[in-house]
Design a protein around this ligand. Structure first.
Ligand code: GSH
Length: 129
C-alpha cells in the first residue's frame, strides 16, 4: 500500500500538465489561473475588467484536468493558491501581489506593455493639441 489515493499522476502526466500550463501562459498577454468560486479570483478578474485589460481565465475547478494544472503551477511557480496571475509570460503572483502592483501604479504599465490594454493611455490623456 502507501500509494497516494488523491492522485494517479505519473512523471509523464505531470510533464504534460506543466507543458500545458506553459502553453496557456504563452497564449495570452494576461492569464489568470482561477477557481470560479474563489473571491480573490473574482477580485483580480474584476480589477482587470475595470482597467479594460483583456485576459484569459482558466477556471481550474471546472476544467477536467484542473487539479493537474494546479500541481504543475505549484511545481513551476512555487504557488499553489489561486488566483495565479501571469502578465506577458511573467509570473506575478496572487490577488495580493496584483493589487499591490496596482496600488504602486505598476500594473497598468505592465498590462500596456503586454498589449492587454487597447489604446493604452487614451482614457487619461490630457493632451489636446
Ligand atoms: N493571499 C492569497 C489568497 C488566495 C487564496 O487563499 N485562495 C484560495 C481559494 S479562495 C486557494 O487557493 N485555496 C487553495 C485551493 O483552492 O487549492 C492571494 O492574495 O491570492
Amino acid at each position: 500500500m502507501g500509494i497516494a489515493s488523491s492522485s494517479s499522476s505519473t512523471p509523464e502526466s505531470r510533464a504534460m500538465a506543466l507543458a500545458k500550463v506553459k502553453e496557456i501562459v504563452a497564449s495570452a498577454p494576461v492569464v489568470v489561473f482561477s477557481k470560479s468560486y474563489c473571491p480573490f479570483c473574482v477580485r483580480v478578474k474584476q480589477l482587470f475588467e475595470k482597467l479594460g485589460a483583456t485576459f484569459k481565465a482558466i477556471e481550474m475547478d471546472v476544467e477536467s484536468d484542473g487539479a493537474a494544472l494546479q500541481d504543475a503551477l505549484k511545481e513551476w511557480t512555487g504557488q499553489r493558491t489561486v488566483p495565479n496571475v501571469f502578465i506577458n509570460g511573467k509570473h506575478i503572483g496572487g490577488c495580493d501581489d496584483t493589487m499591490a502592483l496596482n496600488n504602486e501604479k505598476k500594473l497598468v504599465p505592465l498590462l500596456t506593455e503586454a498589449g492587454a490594454i487597447a489604446g493604452s493611455t487614451s482614457k487619461e490623456s490630457t493632451i489636446t493639441a
